[in-house]
Design a protein around this ligand. Structure first.
Ligand code: ZN
Length: 146
């Protein structure tokens, strides 16, 4: 597959998540929630997570997001990618995603549709758009130690 075809395929995946965001629903009261904003672009995100503390598993993710297509598609992809994942699996996936968008070595196998955002590495101002959802998730789970 040529580089150009790759690019247009990725653009198609991104636009599909923008037009048909996954996992949109009304969260129950027991969902953990957080709000995060990316002032550099104006993206705003309310993230809701159903987290099972007994099994340390993310049971469900939903959200309300407004902003650019990078941010909106990334949150939608994240909700698909991390539903029913353990905290350890989540950490591995987020590490690989962060490595991808910052030009470090990563494993595309664990990233699902989120691989389509790899071009962000060439657009540093947009990295914060792509990572907003993951940051919010870590914040909800109390893992934002950085
Ligand atoms: Zn943005």
């Amino acid at each position: 597959m040529s580089y150009l075809n790759d690019e247009s395929m990725y653009r198609e995946i991104i636009m599909d998540h923008v037009k048909n965001p996954r996992n949109i629903k009304t969260p129950n009261d027991h969902y953990r929630k957080t709000y995060l904003k990316n002032p550099s672009c104006g993206d705003e995100l309310y993230l809701y997570v159903d987290y099972d503390e007994t099994t340390n598993t993310i049971k469900d993710i939903t959200y309300k997001v407004t902003g650019c297509s990078i941010c909106c598609s990334s949150v939608s992809m994240m909700s698909e990618l991390l539903t029913n994942k353990s905290k350890l699996e989540m950490a591995l996936i987020i590490e690989n995603f962060n490595n991808m968008v910052t030009g470090k070595e990563y494993n595309p196998e664990v990233l699902g549709d989120a691989v389509s955002l790899k071009g962000i590495v060439n657009v540093p101002p947009r990295i914060k758009c792509a990572t907003l959802g993951y940051k919010a998730l870590l914040q909800i789970l109390g893992e934002d130690h950085e």
